[in-house]
Design a protein. Structure first.
Length: 245
């Protein structure tokens, strides 16, 4: 399901009995009308909202109004479905963590934004693209630059192992860090951390790979702070990242 701003737009539609116009949604969330319209139209494209002309109040084209799709079809329990499917993966696959990592990479490439063939995304642009995907998914990402600079235009790979992390261990000094201040799948992750966190790490790796980035998501430390997970980035020219053994 959508997260970030798009998820909040959908929440407004679902919390309202009648249809809403662009200005209504913009005022409810403090958005620019163009931003509200962009997310509303995206929800229509995803099949999560409907769009139709409203009543004509004056000369000119009628305004478009939006409703949440299937609003009257009853309560859904996607969390229960997530619990069931994650439990199935964790208990039935011989290497559930690696399978989740690979699935995450595939979805990350799908969600990522590839540059044109003649373009190359530098580290800063690649991180920007990754943050956009994470924000839209509801992770509330915050980028923390490396404290001691970068090497060759990319965050330096890192030396101390952290057994709580997923992926290869960073070296002392570290590189760019992305703090994920909200996990939209926290309840499921707390029960099946090996699967869910590996899935998230793989997704970030896939987004950066699709951007042909000089950096990769090297490891993810779940709940490194209360309610905060931490992703460490490193130069992509080292050993292929993978799940922790």
């Amino acid at each position: 399901m959508p997260g970030g701003t798009r998820g909040r737009v959908l929440d407004v539609l679902r919390a309202t009995d009648g249809p809403l116009g662009v200005q209504d949604v913009a005022a409810a969330l403090g958005l620019h009308p163009n931003t509200a319209r962009y997310h509303l139209d995206a929800l229509v494209g995803l099949g999560l909202a409907t769009r139709e002309p409203g009543e004509r109040g004056q000369a000119g084209r009628p305004r478009m109004i939006y409703r949440a799709a299937g609003a009257a079809t009853g309560r859904r329990s996607y969390r229960l479905l997530a619990e069931m499917l994650t439990g199935l993966v964790a208990t039935r696959l011989p290497d559930a963590e690696q399978a989740a990592l690979e699935a995450g990479r595939t979805w990350g490439r799908y969600l990522g934004d590839a540059p044109a063939p003649w373009q190359e995304a530098d580290a800063a642009e690649a991180v920007r693209r990754l943050v956009a995907v994470l924000d839209d998914a509801g992770f509330e990402p915050e980028v923390v630059p490396p404290p001691n600079g970068t090497a060759n235009g990319a965050p330096r790979a890192a030396a101390a192992a952290d057994t709580a992390g997923y992926g290869t261990a960073p070296q002392a000094g570290g590189g760019t860090v992305i703090r994920l201040r909200h996990c939209p799948f926290r309840e499921v992750a707390e029960r099946h951390r090996d699967v869910v966190c590996a899935l998230h790490l793989g997704m970030m790796q896939g987004v950066l790979a699709e951007a042909r980035a000089p950096v990769t998501a090297e490891r993810l430390v779940p709940f490194a702070e209360p309610s905060v997970c931490v992703t460490h980035l490193a130069a992509a020219d080292g050993p292929a990242p993978g799940a922790a053994g």
